[in-house]
Design a protein around this ligand. Structure first.
Ligand code: AMP
Length: 553
């Protein structure tokens, strides 16, 4: 219900709820022949159209009704990006139940916690997750049935109680189903944050928030999705609804290419080339694999022209390779689970085109300006708003119709300061509204009363040709409170000394920002969504002593 005052003269337009089912209905009617191509866990490519997807989603909606799933009840999914998962997206939300996408890369204990917390009634899973499902089943009393996303021939021989076959359930139903109409503020889908501390927390999206996000994110200055595109969401459908692409691509009539579980560079390259992918979206670690494959084998893309990169900062060196070497336009996006997820998108505006290359790259390196619908501000630790001068850094707060107001199951509001959501990110905003993330507030290094942003230190390290990956963490220091330690993964077959790494910082940043030490490591710990687990690194290096720093206080 609206909390806003009604005018004595209300508008006289149709009161039509914004519902997720309308997207697949629209795609069926107007782009019914647009293709959806999926790499299946079975290993082959599956190919059909939006019209087929809509038909099978209606069959699934009938199957859910036959199983007794009611409006508002949660149905979980543990699945890769694929056509059956897409059918679940529309059938579950469209029939008024709540699609609960679960990140299978979380620990089994966390998955069990999430399923129980959400009180999932049924859970649909790809066969690759059978061991996970078997491990957690006894701890998920709310689940009445486990639905394997396969046909009868591939049904596993398993002792899992109430194991059901997806294709058999569909085959038992007709496609005669009319999508129900209900309040657009009804819950539509649920996604738990991949929080690195404490229990995961659920963001419960509504039909209205999802549709507005789909409209807003598809716009030309945002993801710019159209019916001329072939869109490959590499970002998983189990993490913040693949950045809304399963909604914005059908809404725009784009061909969809769903890569399944094969996310290595070679598999992605082959799929992009075979299906004529023009646009994709993913986190930097995924692009790292794809770029390495392409560069090592001297390959080039024939259709892939644009990608959005988010979830973590895209290092300038990666952006330069994509743009200069591979002719792929690389655009930063920033957002979070709590924001459905898109908040800002980068890219150049017309007036930037007259600037020189370094100035343009500096603009591209920022996380961008707000998508219409999202409002931003930065505040200091006392909550005082800071200027948009591109220099002042503060805690980033957001508001908008696709930003959460509280976490699922929480009584308390998640908002501060009269209705703003605190993102936990530290950022600057310039006079043109371009926002740049300098750090997560818990990762920023507090040295001698000043802040050092770790993203910039990592970006510089990764611009060195010998460096594959870098992470910077703040560790306790007896004099300065905290100082930066740089952890570096080198490219295969190259050498680099500590001195050479540190020399590389000279002239690029204030001297006191330079890391105090460098440790060369074989790999860096990544979380369930491909992000660096800095709390794990801080834990691992807790007892590290900077040479020359007396530990006595
Ligand atoms: P999640 O909710 O797992 O999607 O994580 C959201 C967090 O990822 C944000 O609060 C940021 O800290 C980080 N993040 C997302 N996009 C970017 C980006 N483009 N640059 C830097 N950090 C990002």
């Amino acid at each position: 219900m609206s909390t806003y005052r009604a005018s004595p003269l209300m508008g006289q337009m149709m009161d039509q709820p914004l519902l997720i089912s309308s997207i697949i209905e629209f795609a069926d009617r107007h782009y019914g022949h647009s293709e959806i191509v999926s790499r299946r866990v079975e290993g082959d490519l599956h190919r059909y159209t939006y019209r087929d997807c809509h038909r099978r989603a209606r069959q699934l909606a009938n199957a859910l009704a036959a199983l007794g799933v009611e409006m508002g009840q949660r149905v979980g999914t543990l699945a890769w990006n694929g056509y059956r998962h897409l059918e679940a997206y529309y059938a579950i939300s469209g029939s008024g139940a709540v699609l609960h996408t679960i990140n299978p890369r979380l620990f089994a204990d966390q998955v069990a916690y999430i399923v129980d917390h959400a009180q999932d009634q049924y859970l649909l899973f790809d066969l690759s997750f059978l061991p996970l499902v078997t491990a957690i089943a006894s701890r998920c009393p709310s689940v009445k049935g486990w639905i394997a996303l396969c046909d009868a021939e591939r049904m596993p021989d398993s002792a899992l109680p109430n194991l059901l076959c997806y294709e058999t359930l569909l085959a038992q139903q007709t496609d005669d189903f009319s999508w129900p109409r209900f309040d657009e503020n009804s819950a539509a889908s649920l996604c738990y944050t991949s929080g690195t501390t404490g229990h995961p927390k659920g963001a419960l999206y509504s039909h209205r928030s999802t549709l507005l996000h789909a409209y807003g994110s598809a716009m030309p200055n945002a993801l710019n999705v159209s019916s001329h595109d072939t869109v490959a969401p590499v970002v998983p459908m189990f993490h913040v609804n693949a950045w809304g692409l399963p909604y914005s691509a059908p809404l725009a009539g784009a061909k969809l290419v769903l890569p399944g579980s094969a996310l290595d560079g070679a598999s992605l390259y082959d799929l992009f080339e075979a299906e004529g992918v023009t646009f994709s979206a993913g986190v930097p670690t995924v692009w790292l694999g794809l770029i390495n494959h392409v560069m090592q084998h001297g390959l080039r893309f024939s259709t892939f022209r644009r990608t959005v990169i988010g979830g973590a900062a895209c290092p300038p060196a990666m952006m330069a390779t994509l743009i200069d070497e591979l002719q792929v336009e690389a655009i930063h996006v920033w957002g979070m689970t709590e924001m459905s997820p898109i908040g800002t998108t980068g890219g150049l505006q017309v007036r930037h085109l007259a600037q020189d290359l370094p100035a343009q790259r500096a603009v591209l390196q920022k996380q961008g300006h707000a998508v219409f619908g999202v409002d931003l501000k930065i505040v200091d630790d006392a909550g005082v708003e800071l200027p948009w001068d591109g220099v002042s850094c503060g805690n980033l707060l957001v508001k908008g119709p696709w930003v959460i107001s509280r976490y699922f199951g929480d009584e308390d509001s998640a908002l501060v300061d009269g209705g703003w959501f605190p993102t936990g990110d530290v950022a600057s905003i310039d006079a043109d509204g371009y926002m740049q993330i300098t750090d997560r507030s818990k990762d920023v290094i507090k040295s001698g009363g000043e802040w050092i942003g770790t993203i910039e230190l990592e970006n510089i390290a990764m611009a060195h040709p010998a460096v594959l990956q870098a992470a910077c963490i703040g560790l306790p220091h007896p004099k300065w409170d905290e100082r930066p330690l740089l952890l570096v993964v080198l490219r295969q077959g190259v050498d680099l000394t500590l001195e050479q790494m540190l020399q590389f910082y000279e002239g690029k940043i204030a001297k006191w920002w330079t890391p105090d030490a460098v440790v060369f490591v074989d790999s860096l710990p990544l979380g369930g969504t491909g992000k660096l687990l800095k709390n794990k690194l801080r834990e691992q290096y807790r007892d590290y002593h900077f040479a020359g720093a007396s530990q006595g206080r």
